[in-house]
Design a binder for this molecule. Structure first.
Ligand SMILES: Nc1ncnc2c1ncn2[C@@H]1O[C@H](COP(=O)(O)OP(=O)(O)OP(=O)(O)O)[C@@H](O)[C@H]1O
Ligand SMILES: [Mg+2]
Length: 368
């Protein structure tokens, strides 16, 4: 074995190589490369294959490392025996380094996407908590006002009773007033309790990545209710139209992330002023359920629709858009549920998404 390039790679002179094989330069390579070479030679000498390709790691003894792709072919005598093996080695060090760097970038990207999914979840919960706090504040504020009023009425009638000036008509009026105040209090407190109940159930579900059985229709209504405050700011009403209960099995937290992203996008990209209506409809299909999400906002061009699921695609570059929202929605639908999402046929105005979520087979359930 000898040529100038090979000698340079091994850090020796051509003369040093004459009459020698790689076995004589073991210190210039590693065990894995030697094994690959020996396996290839064995296959060629035994006639199993008529050419072999393998990778070897080499060094020139001065700290420079190379990766070579080696192709070996047997040179056969007239009598059919193998005379010698011809090796053609190509230096693929740069390619190998680029490959490694690419692999690393892909790993980093996967990690970053996982972190983003997690961050998104908490951001959605934060927004949800703010909305609920705002909503609960209003029935509680009213309850405090009513209580102060009732307290004043109680004191006035007590003073009148003690001073002997309380008239029967006054007492009846007091009773009526108290009855009305208590009934109003009851309504406001029930409303607040309902909101808290909803909050408890959605927030627990929002962080749950475990499959559960739930009514998809009711859950979608709860998500819409949780985003009522943000929607109100834009004058947008969210309606959830379902005919019946839609039993569904899956992780509700992911449904929540998908819907929150879609609603946020409609609010940010679809509506400036004047508001509108977002309709979320569901229907059961063979093998799964379909969610049809439709807003009546500004809509988008075919060009945007074609790129909408591409990571980092945004029309709000420099205005807070990272272009990951719809990529995350797509990832959740396809990877977490094994479903599909398509930009639906544009019913005139706005944007429409058709999401198909297959029913989980018992054996695929992560809880099974
Ligand atoms: N409901 C919608 N109406 C109009 N355009 C939309 C709607 N939803 C998405 N888009 C368009 O699709 C693009 C990509 O959406 P995506 O959610 O991936 O990114 P983003 O909202 O710009 O940024 P991010 O969600 O990462 O903050 C948006 O920039 C917008 O142009
Ligand atoms: Mg978005």
């Amino acid at each position: 074995m000898a040529n100038r390039a090979a000698a340079k790679t091994l850090g020796v002179s051509v003369e040093d190589m004459i009459g020698k094989t790689m076995e004589d330069f073991k210190e210039r390579t590693d065990d894995e490369s030697l094994k690959a070479m020996r396996d290839a030679e064995e296959k060629l000498f035994s006639g199993q294959n008529d050419s072999e390709v393998y990778m070897v790691w080499l060094n020139d003894g001065s700290g420079n490392a190379f990766v070579h792709s080696v192709k070996k072919i047997p040179i056969i005598n007239e009598d059919g025996t193998i005379d010698y093996l011809l090796s053609v080695a190509s230096d693929v060090t740069e390619l190998q380094n680029k490959n490694e760097a690419l692999k690393q970038s892909l790993e980093n990207l996967k990690k970053a996407r996982g972190q983003l999914l997690e961050q998104e979840k908490w951001a959605a919960i934060g927004a949800f908590v703010a909305g609920i706090a705002h909503d609960v504040n209003s029935p509680l504020g009213s309850s405090i006002t009513i209580t102060s009023h009732a307290k004043r009425m109680l004191e006035t009638s007590k003073v009148a009773l003690e001073s002997g000036t309380l008239k029967r008509s006054q007492l009846l009026e007091f009773y009526d007033d108290m009855e009305e105040s208590i009934s109003m209090l009851e309504n406001h407190l029930e409303h607040a309790a309902g909101l808290i109940q909803n909050f408890k159930s959605v927030s627990v579900h929002q962080i749950s990545e475990v499959d559960e059985e739930f009514d998809l229709c009711e859950y979608l209504s709860r998500i819409a209710l949780g985003m009522k405050y943000e929607c109100k700011l834009k004058g947008v009403l969210v309606t959830v139209s379902c005919k019946d209960v839609i039993p569904f099995k899956g992780a509700p937290g992911f449904i929540s992330q998908i819907m929150t992203n879609l609603i946020n996008n409609s609010l940010i990209h679809g509506y400036d002023e004047g508001g509108g209506v977002i309709d979320i409809a569901t229907r059961e299909l063979a093998g799964g359920v379909e969610i049809i999400y439709q807003d009546d906002g500004k809509g988008m061009s075919q060009e945007i629709a074609d790129k909408i699921f591409t990571p980092f695609f945004t029309t709000k570059q420099g205005e807070g858009g990272s272009g990951l929202g719809m990529h995350i929605v797509h990832t959740l639908v396809t990877e977490k549920f094994g479903g599909t999402i398509e930009v639906g046929p544009n019913a005139g105005k706005g944007v429409r998404f058709n999401i198909f979520l297959p029913k989980i087979k018992e054996e695929d359930s992560i809880n099974a």
